[in-house]
Design a protein around this ligand. Structure first.
Ligand code: HEC
Length: 131
């Protein structure tokens, strides 16, 4: 099943691959590597090696596994189901940041919308670098 909202107009603007590239460099390259090959500076210190993220489609029969990638980055459902894992749950981290940044004077903001947008931009970016 495809995530219908991934191809919405919003996905083409605010949550596109460019925003994702910036976030990737900031949060993910340290483990997965600048070129997403699994060779970031922290990689050798981890118990589980960070996978090469340019091969997600190749390892999935040529189709980009967008739902699985989204869920893996978010991480919250996985942790509830299976306990801790090697990668941080970015859904929790992004939510904490969004709550901290929320400005009540500009009206209510659902922090989950911010989390969704950030994860979607990362999914889009990863999709754009598949080999
Ligand atoms: C602390 C190191 C670390 C950081 C930082 C990190 N990852 Fe990971 N990542 C891992 C490890 C290790 C795995 C292997 C799965 C596991 O054991 O959790 C993984 C797995 C993944 C997978 C699943 C790959 C597959 O084959 O299904 C995706 C997608 C992913 N990471 C994306 C990201 C993104 C996007 C970011 C930044 C927001 C990020 N990772 C940041 C260590 C990291």
């Amino acid at each position: 099943m495809a995530l219908a909202f991934l191809s919405s107009p919003a996905a083409a603007t605010g949550v596109g691959a460019d925003a994702g590239a910036k976030q990737y460099a900031e949060h993910c390259a340290i483990c997965h590597g600048a070129a997403a090959k699994g060779d970031g500076p922290l990689a050798e210190l981890l118990i589980a090696p960070p996978p090469d993220l340019t091969g997600l489609s190749a390892r999935n029969g040529g189709t980009f596994p967008e739902e699985r990638v989204y869920r893996t980055i978010d991480g919250r459902a996985d942790i509830r189901a299976h306990g801790t894992r090697a990668m941080p749950a970015w859904g929790s981290a992004f939510r904490a940041k969004a709550e901290e940044a929320a400005d009540p004077s500009t009206g209510p903001v659902n922090p989950e919308n911010v989390v969704t947008a950030r994860i979607l931009s990362l999914v889009r970016y990863l999709e754009s670098i598949q080999e």
